[in-house]
Design a protein around this ligand. Structure first.
Ligand SMILES: [Ca+2]
Ligand SMILES: [Ca+2]
Length: 122
């Protein structure tokens, strides 16, 4: 019985660890997760306020920290705290935001005359 429980717990642990790894590979963040630890907590609001006060922060993901998408401000910290207090959350703090994969860079134009459209009357 103990072996069975141990096996189940090991499997759960592996699934959790793998999903964390895949999450990083997929490229996403949680709105409001300013310290990028994978969850939104009051520490994220603290990180935002420390950054705004120009105090040292170990990690800050400014995309995630900018909850309302208008640049980092003290209002972002307030929005995180309001969401944690289950107050109305129009910005969906904690929502998973997928980072779009970088698109291929456009081909540089060679600048040769062959790339130009034909001149009218030419
Ligand atoms: Ca966090
Ligand atoms: Ca903002």
């Amino acid at each position: 019985m103990l072996q069975r429980i141990t096996a189940i717990l090991t499997a759960i642990l592996l699934i959790v660890l793998l999903s964390v790894g895949f999450a990083a590979a997929e490229g996403y963040y949680l709105r409001g997760d300013a310290d990028a630890d994978g969850e939104v907590s009051v520490l994220d609001a603290v990180v935002v306020r420390r950054r705004l006060a120009q105090m040292e922060v170990a990690v800050i993901d400014e995309r995630a920290a900018d909850v309302d998408g208008n640049g980092l401000s003290v209002f972002d910290a307030t929005l995180i705290q309001k969401a944690l207090a289950y107050l109305p959350d129009p910005h969906h703090v904690g929502e998973k935001i997928v980072i779009p994969a970088p698109t291929a860079a456009p081909k540089p134009t060679g600048g040769s005359s062959e790339d130009l459209p034909p001149m009218p009357g030419g």
